[in-house]
Write a protein that binds this ligand. Structure first.
Ligand SMILES: [Zn+2]
Ligand SMILES: [Zn+2]
Length: 99
């Protein structure tokens, strides 16, 4: 893991499709795969109201997820696309949201 959570700037806001988690974590400019921010796992946030900061995101839906619990493998360490459990199960993020 590149550094500790404390090395990154946390962003506690909710998922924003116009500035998705990939863009938040990697930044819109700069070298790829170097995290800029950490954001809450969206599944923890949506389902449990819990904040689990992460810099891993799903390559398919661009939502952040906590590695090992709500998705698998690190984009950073293994240089392969991550996948959240929502995409893995073929579910829709809208079905998770209560609003
Ligand atoms: Zn989670
Ligand atoms: Zn996904």
């Amino acid at each position: 893991m590149p550094g500790d959570a404390k090395d990154f700037e946390p962003d506690y806001s909710w998922y924003d499709p116009s500035n998705n988690d990939e863009e938040k974590i990697r930044g819109k400019t700069g070298p790829p795969r170097v995290p800029k921010k950490i954001v809450p796992c969206r599944i923890c946030q949506e389902q449990f109201g819990r904040v689990t900061l992460t810099f891993v995101y799903c390559a398919t839906c661009k939502h952040a997820f906590c590695e090992g619990v709500h998705g698998s493998f690190s984009v950073i360490a293994q240089r392969t696309p991550g996948k959240c459990v929502i995409c893995h199960l073929g579910k829709d993020w809208n079905s998770l949201r209560r609003s």
